[in-house]
Write a protein that binds this ligand. Sequence first.
Ligand code: FES
Ligand SMILES: [Fe+2]
Length: 422
Amino acid sequence: MVDQTSNINDLEWAKDYTKVPFRVYTDETFYRQEQELIFRGKTWSFVALEAELPEAFSYKSTFIGDVPVVVTRDANDDFHVWVNRCSHRGAEICRSRHGKSEDGAFTCVYHQWTFDASGECKGVPFRKGHQGKGGYQKDFKTSDHPLQRLRVETFAGLVFASFVEQGSSLSEFLGPEMVQGMKRVLCKPLVYLGVTRQYVNANWKLYTENTKDPYHASLLHLFHATFGVYRSTMGGGCLVGGPHGMHSLLSAYTIENEDKAEYEKGDLRSYDTGVSLADTSVLKVIPELEPVFTNHIQSIFPSMILQQIHNTLAVRQILPKGVDKFELIFHFFGYQDDTPEMQAARIRQMNLVGPAGYISMEDGEATELVQNAITGDPDHHSFMGMGKPGCDSEEDTLLTEALLRSYWRGYRQFMGRDEMKV
Ligand code: FES
Ligand SMILES: [Fe+2]
Protein backbone atom coordinates (compact mmCIF):
# COMPACT_ATOMS: atom_id res chain seq x y z
CA MET A 1 0.00 0.00 0.00
CA VAL A 2 1.31 3.42 -0.87
CA ASP A 3 0.60 6.45 1.23
CA GLN A 4 1.42 10.07 0.45
CA THR A 5 3.69 9.13 -2.42
CA SER A 6 4.77 11.85 -4.77
CA ASN A 7 6.08 9.73 -7.61
CA ILE A 8 3.53 8.07 -9.83
CA ASN A 9 5.90 5.19 -10.48
CA ASP A 10 5.97 4.31 -6.78
CA LEU A 11 2.38 3.17 -7.06
CA GLU A 12 1.61 -0.47 -7.76
CA TRP A 13 1.41 -0.98 -11.51
CA ALA A 14 1.55 -4.19 -13.52
CA LYS A 15 4.46 -4.96 -15.86
CA ASP A 16 2.01 -5.79 -18.62
CA TYR A 17 0.15 -2.46 -18.16
CA THR A 18 -3.12 -4.17 -17.23
CA LYS A 19 -3.42 -2.53 -13.77
CA VAL A 20 -4.09 1.12 -13.00
CA PRO A 21 -3.93 2.18 -9.33
CA PHE A 22 -7.05 4.13 -8.39
CA ARG A 23 -4.96 6.81 -6.65
CA VAL A 24 -4.20 8.33 -10.05
CA TYR A 25 -7.83 9.49 -10.12
CA THR A 26 -8.11 10.64 -6.49
CA ASP A 27 -4.80 12.07 -5.30
CA GLU A 28 -4.35 15.86 -5.22
CA THR A 29 -0.58 15.53 -5.47
CA PHE A 30 -0.81 13.81 -8.82
CA TYR A 31 -3.39 16.32 -9.99
CA ARG A 32 -0.95 19.16 -9.31
CA GLN A 33 1.87 17.27 -11.01
CA GLU A 34 -0.33 16.77 -14.08
CA GLN A 35 -0.84 20.51 -14.33
CA GLU A 36 2.89 21.12 -14.43
CA LEU A 37 4.14 18.10 -16.36
CA ILE A 38 1.26 17.60 -18.79
CA PHE A 39 -0.83 20.74 -19.30
CA ARG A 40 2.07 23.18 -18.83
CA GLY A 41 4.57 20.60 -20.03
CA LYS A 42 5.67 19.28 -23.41
CA THR A 43 2.21 19.04 -24.94
CA TRP A 44 -0.02 20.96 -27.30
CA SER A 45 -3.58 21.67 -26.15
CA PHE A 46 -6.58 22.36 -28.36
CA VAL A 47 -8.01 25.80 -27.50
CA ALA A 48 -10.44 26.78 -30.28
CA LEU A 49 -11.79 26.21 -33.73
CA GLU A 50 -10.73 29.04 -36.03
CA ALA A 51 -14.42 29.31 -36.92
CA GLU A 52 -15.22 30.30 -33.32
CA LEU A 53 -13.29 33.52 -33.91
CA PRO A 54 -14.72 34.67 -37.21
CA GLU A 55 -13.32 38.23 -37.51
CA ALA A 56 -10.33 40.36 -36.62
CA PHE A 57 -10.25 40.95 -32.84
CA SER A 58 -12.66 38.12 -32.09
CA TYR A 59 -11.66 36.41 -28.87
CA LYS A 60 -12.51 33.41 -26.76
CA SER A 61 -11.57 32.57 -23.18
CA THR A 62 -10.90 28.98 -22.18
CA PHE A 63 -8.44 26.93 -20.12
CA ILE A 64 -5.36 24.80 -20.55
CA GLY A 65 -5.53 22.58 -17.51
CA ASP A 66 -6.25 24.93 -14.61
CA VAL A 67 -4.83 28.01 -16.31
CA PRO A 68 -7.25 30.50 -17.89
CA VAL A 69 -6.17 31.54 -21.39
CA VAL A 70 -7.54 33.81 -24.10
CA VAL A 71 -7.42 33.05 -27.82
CA THR A 72 -7.52 36.04 -30.18
CA ARG A 73 -7.48 36.67 -33.92
CA ASP A 74 -5.55 39.78 -34.96
CA ALA A 75 -5.96 42.11 -37.95
CA ASN A 76 -3.71 39.84 -40.05
CA ASP A 77 -5.77 36.74 -39.21
CA ASP A 78 -3.00 35.38 -37.01
CA PHE A 79 -4.05 33.66 -33.80
CA HIS A 80 -2.60 34.40 -30.37
CA VAL A 81 -3.02 32.73 -27.01
CA TRP A 82 -2.09 34.43 -23.75
CA VAL A 83 -2.67 33.63 -20.12
CA ASN A 84 -5.71 35.52 -18.87
CA ARG A 85 -3.78 37.18 -16.07
CA CYS A 86 -2.79 40.83 -16.10
CA SER A 87 0.94 41.55 -16.08
CA HIS A 88 0.31 44.33 -13.54
CA ARG A 89 -1.15 42.69 -10.46
CA GLY A 90 -2.60 39.50 -11.84
CA ALA A 91 -6.29 40.23 -12.45
CA GLU A 92 -8.31 38.31 -14.98
CA ILE A 93 -8.52 40.52 -18.06
CA CYS A 94 -11.12 38.88 -20.27
CA ARG A 95 -14.32 38.13 -18.39
CA SER A 96 -16.57 36.70 -21.08
CA ARG A 97 -16.43 33.47 -23.02
CA HIS A 98 -16.63 34.88 -26.53
CA GLY A 99 -16.73 38.28 -28.13
CA LYS A 100 -15.07 40.87 -30.28
CA SER A 101 -12.98 43.84 -29.21
CA GLU A 102 -14.20 46.73 -31.35
CA ASP A 103 -10.95 48.69 -31.05
CA GLY A 104 -8.61 45.69 -30.89
CA ALA A 105 -7.69 46.47 -27.28
CA PHE A 106 -8.02 44.24 -24.23
CA THR A 107 -8.21 46.31 -21.06
CA CYS A 108 -7.88 45.05 -17.51
CA VAL A 109 -10.69 46.48 -15.44
CA TYR A 110 -8.62 46.79 -12.24
CA HIS A 111 -6.20 49.65 -13.21
CA GLN A 112 -6.94 49.73 -16.93
CA TRP A 113 -3.67 48.53 -18.33
CA THR A 114 -4.34 47.90 -22.00
CA PHE A 115 -3.02 45.14 -24.26
CA ASP A 116 -3.31 44.36 -27.96
CA ALA A 117 -4.52 41.07 -29.46
CA SER A 118 -1.02 39.61 -29.28
CA GLY A 119 -0.70 40.36 -25.56
CA GLU A 120 1.64 43.35 -25.96
CA CYS A 121 1.14 46.03 -23.30
CA LYS A 122 0.09 49.26 -25.04
CA GLY A 123 -0.98 51.65 -22.34
CA VAL A 124 -0.77 52.33 -18.62
CA PRO A 125 -2.87 55.07 -16.94
CA PHE A 126 -0.98 57.70 -14.91
CA ARG A 127 2.30 56.38 -16.14
CA LYS A 128 3.97 59.77 -15.53
CA GLY A 129 1.95 60.48 -12.42
CA HIS A 130 0.17 63.77 -11.90
CA GLN A 131 1.71 67.28 -11.74
CA GLY A 132 5.17 65.85 -11.49
CA LYS A 133 4.38 63.49 -8.67
CA GLY A 134 3.92 59.75 -8.55
CA GLY A 135 3.79 57.55 -11.58
CA TYR A 136 6.34 55.03 -12.78
CA GLN A 137 10.09 55.57 -12.98
CA LYS A 138 11.57 57.09 -16.15
CA ASP A 139 12.93 53.76 -17.35
CA PHE A 140 9.50 52.07 -17.23
CA LYS A 141 8.60 50.61 -20.62
CA THR A 142 5.24 49.06 -21.50
CA SER A 143 7.11 46.64 -23.77
CA ASP A 144 8.68 45.09 -20.64
CA HIS A 145 5.23 44.00 -19.46
CA PRO A 146 3.53 41.77 -22.02
CA LEU A 147 1.05 39.12 -20.99
CA GLN A 148 2.37 35.56 -20.77
CA ARG A 149 2.16 34.46 -24.39
CA LEU A 150 2.03 30.83 -25.47
CA ARG A 151 3.27 29.14 -28.61
CA VAL A 152 0.46 28.83 -31.12
CA GLU A 153 -0.04 26.64 -34.18
CA THR A 154 -3.10 25.92 -36.27
CA PHE A 155 -4.01 22.68 -37.98
CA ALA A 156 -6.86 22.23 -40.44
CA GLY A 157 -9.07 24.84 -38.78
CA LEU A 158 -8.12 24.08 -35.17
CA VAL A 159 -5.98 26.29 -32.90
CA PHE A 160 -3.53 24.68 -30.47
CA ALA A 161 -1.23 26.24 -27.87
CA SER A 162 1.74 25.11 -25.82
CA PHE A 163 3.41 26.52 -22.72
CA VAL A 164 6.76 25.18 -23.87
CA GLU A 165 8.74 27.70 -25.91
CA GLN A 166 11.12 25.24 -27.53
CA GLY A 167 10.09 21.76 -28.50
CA SER A 168 8.22 19.71 -31.02
CA SER A 169 6.07 21.27 -33.65
CA LEU A 170 2.37 20.52 -33.48
CA SER A 171 2.58 18.04 -36.35
CA GLU A 172 5.47 16.21 -34.64
CA PHE A 173 3.39 16.08 -31.47
CA LEU A 174 0.36 14.72 -33.31
CA GLY A 175 2.38 12.19 -35.30
CA PRO A 176 1.65 10.95 -38.83
CA GLU A 177 -1.11 8.48 -37.90
CA MET A 178 -3.14 11.12 -36.08
CA VAL A 179 -2.52 13.77 -38.73
CA GLN A 180 -3.93 11.42 -41.35
CA GLY A 181 -6.98 10.64 -39.22
CA MET A 182 -7.66 14.28 -38.42
CA LYS A 183 -7.42 15.23 -42.08
CA ARG A 184 -10.15 12.72 -42.86
CA VAL A 185 -12.63 14.78 -40.81
CA LEU A 186 -11.05 18.24 -41.00
CA CYS A 187 -10.96 18.07 -44.77
CA LYS A 188 -12.71 21.34 -45.71
CA PRO A 189 -13.27 24.84 -44.27
CA LEU A 190 -15.42 24.54 -41.16
CA VAL A 191 -18.45 26.37 -39.79
CA TYR A 192 -19.19 26.47 -36.09
CA LEU A 193 -22.67 25.15 -35.27
CA GLY A 194 -22.84 25.45 -31.49
CA VAL A 195 -21.67 24.18 -28.16
CA THR A 196 -22.83 22.16 -25.16
CA ARG A 197 -21.22 22.27 -21.72
CA GLN A 198 -21.58 19.99 -18.76
CA TYR A 199 -19.87 19.37 -15.44
CA VAL A 200 -19.03 15.83 -14.43
CA ASN A 201 -18.05 14.78 -10.91
CA ALA A 202 -15.15 12.55 -11.84
CA ASN A 203 -11.45 12.74 -12.61
CA TRP A 204 -10.72 13.99 -16.13
CA LYS A 205 -8.71 10.87 -17.07
CA LEU A 206 -11.75 8.66 -16.58
CA TYR A 207 -13.36 10.48 -19.50
CA THR A 208 -10.18 10.14 -21.58
CA GLU A 209 -10.29 6.41 -20.92
CA ASN A 210 -13.91 6.32 -22.03
CA THR A 211 -12.96 7.69 -25.45
CA LYS A 212 -10.32 4.97 -25.88
CA ASP A 213 -12.58 2.14 -24.82
CA PRO A 214 -14.49 0.44 -27.63
CA TYR A 215 -15.60 -2.37 -25.32
CA HIS A 216 -18.07 -0.24 -23.33
CA ALA A 217 -19.67 1.49 -26.26
CA SER A 218 -22.08 -1.20 -27.33
CA LEU A 219 -22.76 -2.44 -23.79
CA LEU A 220 -23.32 0.77 -21.82
CA HIS A 221 -25.24 2.51 -24.59
CA LEU A 222 -28.58 0.92 -25.40
CA PHE A 223 -29.13 3.33 -28.25
CA HIS A 224 -25.83 2.41 -29.91
CA ALA A 225 -26.43 -1.32 -30.02
CA THR A 226 -30.17 -1.36 -30.55
CA PHE A 227 -30.20 1.09 -33.46
CA GLY A 228 -26.96 -0.09 -35.04
CA VAL A 229 -24.95 3.09 -34.60
CA TYR A 230 -22.20 1.00 -33.04
CA ARG A 231 -21.80 -2.66 -32.09
CA SER A 232 -18.62 -4.51 -31.20
CA THR A 233 -19.44 -7.01 -33.95
CA MET A 234 -19.11 -4.33 -36.63
CA GLY A 235 -15.92 -3.77 -38.57
CA GLY A 236 -13.39 -1.50 -36.93
CA GLY A 237 -10.20 -1.14 -35.01
CA CYS A 238 -7.97 0.89 -32.75
CA LEU A 239 -4.90 2.86 -33.77
CA VAL A 240 -2.27 4.22 -31.39
CA GLY A 241 -0.26 7.35 -32.18
CA GLY A 242 1.70 10.33 -30.89
CA PRO A 243 4.35 10.68 -28.22
CA HIS A 244 4.42 7.59 -26.01
CA GLY A 245 1.24 6.29 -27.64
CA MET A 246 -0.97 8.82 -25.87
CA HIS A 247 -3.21 9.62 -28.83
CA SER A 248 -5.60 7.17 -30.45
CA LEU A 249 -8.17 6.65 -33.17
CA LEU A 250 -11.06 4.28 -32.71
CA SER A 251 -13.09 3.64 -35.84
CA ALA A 252 -16.09 1.47 -36.67
CA TYR A 253 -17.91 0.72 -39.89
CA THR A 254 -20.82 -1.41 -41.00
CA ILE A 255 -20.06 -4.74 -42.63
CA GLU A 256 -22.22 -7.08 -44.63
CA ASN A 257 -23.31 -10.26 -42.85
CA GLU A 258 -22.46 -8.88 -39.40
CA ASP A 259 -22.70 -11.70 -36.86
CA LYS A 260 -24.96 -10.24 -34.16
CA ALA A 261 -25.51 -13.57 -32.34
CA GLU A 262 -23.85 -12.29 -29.15
CA TYR A 263 -26.40 -9.48 -28.98
CA GLU A 264 -29.38 -11.50 -30.15
CA LYS A 265 -28.96 -14.18 -27.49
CA GLY A 266 -30.95 -11.78 -25.37
CA ASP A 267 -28.74 -11.48 -22.31
CA LEU A 268 -27.25 -8.09 -23.13
CA ARG A 269 -29.19 -5.31 -21.45
CA SER A 270 -28.25 -2.87 -24.15
CA TYR A 271 -29.67 -4.70 -27.17
CA ASP A 272 -33.43 -4.39 -27.02
CA THR A 273 -35.48 -5.36 -30.04
CA GLY A 274 -38.63 -4.20 -28.24
CA VAL A 275 -37.52 -0.58 -28.35
CA SER A 276 -38.32 1.59 -31.36
CA LEU A 277 -38.28 5.27 -32.27
CA ALA A 278 -41.47 7.13 -33.17
CA ASP A 279 -39.36 9.43 -35.33
CA THR A 280 -36.39 7.73 -36.94
CA SER A 281 -35.03 10.79 -38.71
CA VAL A 282 -32.13 11.03 -36.26
CA LEU A 283 -30.88 7.74 -37.68
CA LYS A 284 -30.88 8.92 -41.28
CA VAL A 285 -27.28 9.03 -42.43
CA ILE A 286 -26.08 10.97 -45.46
CA PRO A 287 -22.94 9.22 -46.80
CA GLU A 288 -19.94 11.52 -46.95
CA LEU A 289 -16.37 11.05 -45.65
CA GLU A 290 -14.05 8.36 -47.02
CA PRO A 291 -13.34 5.79 -45.76
CA VAL A 292 -16.90 5.44 -44.50
CA PHE A 293 -16.98 5.08 -40.72
CA THR A 294 -20.07 5.18 -38.54
CA ASN A 295 -17.82 6.23 -35.65
CA HIS A 296 -14.49 8.07 -35.71
CA ILE A 297 -13.37 8.85 -32.15
CA GLN A 298 -9.93 10.38 -32.12
CA SER A 299 -8.47 11.13 -28.72
CA ILE A 300 -5.66 13.70 -28.81
CA PHE A 301 -3.71 13.89 -25.57
CA PRO A 302 -4.12 15.63 -23.23
CA SER A 303 -7.67 16.90 -23.55
CA MET A 304 -9.23 16.87 -27.03
CA ILE A 305 -11.41 14.39 -28.89
CA LEU A 306 -12.29 14.73 -32.56
CA GLN A 307 -15.58 12.99 -33.16
CA GLN A 308 -17.59 11.90 -36.18
CA ILE A 309 -20.62 9.78 -35.39
CA HIS A 310 -22.72 9.41 -38.52
CA ASN A 311 -23.01 13.02 -39.74
CA THR A 312 -22.45 14.73 -36.42
CA LEU A 313 -19.01 16.32 -36.11
CA ALA A 314 -17.54 17.73 -32.93
CA VAL A 315 -14.39 18.59 -31.08
CA ARG A 316 -14.76 17.66 -27.44
CA GLN A 317 -12.66 19.47 -24.87
CA ILE A 318 -11.99 18.14 -21.36
CA LEU A 319 -11.22 20.86 -18.80
CA PRO A 320 -10.10 19.49 -15.43
CA LYS A 321 -11.62 21.37 -12.48
CA GLY A 322 -9.92 19.67 -9.57
CA VAL A 323 -9.07 16.04 -8.96
CA ASP A 324 -12.70 14.90 -9.00
CA LYS A 325 -14.43 17.23 -11.44
CA PHE A 326 -14.17 18.24 -15.08
CA GLU A 327 -16.04 20.33 -17.57
CA LEU A 328 -16.86 18.59 -20.84
CA ILE A 329 -17.49 20.75 -23.88
CA PHE A 330 -18.77 19.63 -27.29
CA HIS A 331 -17.98 22.10 -30.08
CA PHE A 332 -20.19 21.13 -33.03
CA PHE A 333 -19.20 21.99 -36.56
CA GLY A 334 -20.03 21.39 -40.19
CA TYR A 335 -18.44 22.37 -43.50
CA GLN A 336 -18.83 25.68 -45.25
CA ASP A 337 -20.08 23.90 -48.37
CA ASP A 338 -22.78 21.88 -46.58
CA THR A 339 -26.20 21.94 -48.23
CA PRO A 340 -29.07 23.13 -46.02
CA GLU A 341 -30.20 19.49 -45.88
CA MET A 342 -26.79 18.34 -44.64
CA GLN A 343 -26.58 21.10 -42.05
CA ALA A 344 -30.05 20.17 -40.78
CA ALA A 345 -28.97 16.51 -40.54
CA ARG A 346 -25.88 17.46 -38.53
CA ILE A 347 -27.94 19.55 -36.13
CA ARG A 348 -30.57 16.80 -35.77
CA GLN A 349 -27.88 14.23 -35.04
CA MET A 350 -26.42 16.42 -32.29
CA ASN A 351 -29.13 14.71 -30.24
CA LEU A 352 -26.90 11.63 -30.17
CA VAL A 353 -24.20 13.32 -28.08
CA GLY A 354 -23.71 16.09 -25.51
CA PRO A 355 -25.03 16.16 -21.94
CA ALA A 356 -28.44 14.67 -22.77
CA GLY A 357 -27.36 12.77 -25.89
CA TYR A 358 -29.00 9.43 -26.68
CA ILE A 359 -25.49 7.95 -26.54
CA SER A 360 -23.16 10.28 -24.65
CA MET A 361 -25.43 10.83 -21.69
CA GLU A 362 -24.27 7.57 -20.13
CA ASP A 363 -20.55 8.28 -20.52
CA GLY A 364 -20.50 11.07 -17.95
CA GLU A 365 -22.55 8.91 -15.61
CA ALA A 366 -20.17 5.95 -16.05
CA THR A 367 -17.17 8.06 -15.06
CA GLU A 368 -19.03 9.21 -11.92
CA LEU A 369 -19.85 5.60 -11.04
CA VAL A 370 -16.12 4.87 -10.99
CA GLN A 371 -15.20 8.01 -9.00
CA ASN A 372 -17.94 7.29 -6.43
CA ALA A 373 -16.70 3.77 -5.89
CA ILE A 374 -12.96 4.39 -5.63
CA THR A 375 -12.66 7.59 -3.60
CA GLY A 376 -13.25 6.09 -0.16
CA ASP A 377 -10.44 3.54 -0.45
CA PRO A 378 -8.23 4.16 -3.48
CA ASP A 379 -5.60 1.53 -2.65
CA HIS A 380 -6.94 -0.85 -5.27
CA HIS A 381 -6.68 -0.93 -9.03
CA SER A 382 -8.63 -1.42 -12.22
CA PHE A 383 -8.00 -4.21 -14.71
CA MET A 384 -7.66 -3.61 -18.42
CA GLY A 385 -6.51 -6.89 -19.92
CA MET A 386 -8.74 -7.28 -22.97
CA GLY A 387 -7.23 -7.98 -26.40
CA LYS A 388 -3.79 -8.97 -27.59
CA PRO A 389 -1.22 -8.44 -24.78
CA GLY A 390 0.71 -5.19 -25.03
CA CYS A 391 0.00 -1.64 -26.07
CA ASP A 392 0.05 -1.77 -29.87
CA SER A 393 -2.68 -0.82 -32.31
CA GLU A 394 -5.26 -3.53 -32.98
CA GLU A 395 -6.63 -2.61 -36.33
CA ASP A 396 -9.10 -5.43 -36.76
CA THR A 397 -11.06 -5.64 -33.53
CA LEU A 398 -13.16 -3.46 -31.22
CA LEU A 399 -12.85 -5.90 -28.33
CA THR A 400 -9.60 -4.66 -26.87
CA GLU A 401 -8.29 -2.37 -24.13
CA ALA A 402 -4.94 -1.82 -25.89
CA LEU A 403 -5.52 1.92 -26.27
CA LEU A 404 -5.96 2.24 -22.51
CA ARG A 405 -2.78 0.32 -21.78
CA SER A 406 -0.89 2.47 -24.24
CA TYR A 407 -2.30 5.63 -22.65
CA TRP A 408 -1.26 4.61 -19.14
CA ARG A 409 2.19 3.55 -20.25
CA GLY A 410 2.66 7.02 -21.80
CA TYR A 411 1.16 8.76 -18.78
CA ARG A 412 3.75 7.15 -16.52
CA GLN A 413 6.50 8.39 -18.80
CA PHE A 414 5.13 11.96 -18.76
CA MET A 415 4.60 11.95 -15.02
CA GLY A 416 7.76 10.06 -14.12
CA ARG A 417 9.80 13.16 -15.01
CA ASP A 418 11.92 11.14 -17.45
CA GLU A 419 13.71 13.21 -20.06
CA MET A 420 11.56 13.00 -23.15
CA LYS A 421 11.81 14.49 -26.58
CA VAL A 422 8.24 15.51 -27.27
S1 FES B 1 -4.23 44.23 -12.25
FE1 FES B 1 -4.58 44.69 -14.31
S2 FES B 1 -4.30 46.77 -14.46
FE2 FES B 1 -3.84 46.33 -12.41
FE1 LIG C 1 -19.51 5.90 -24.62
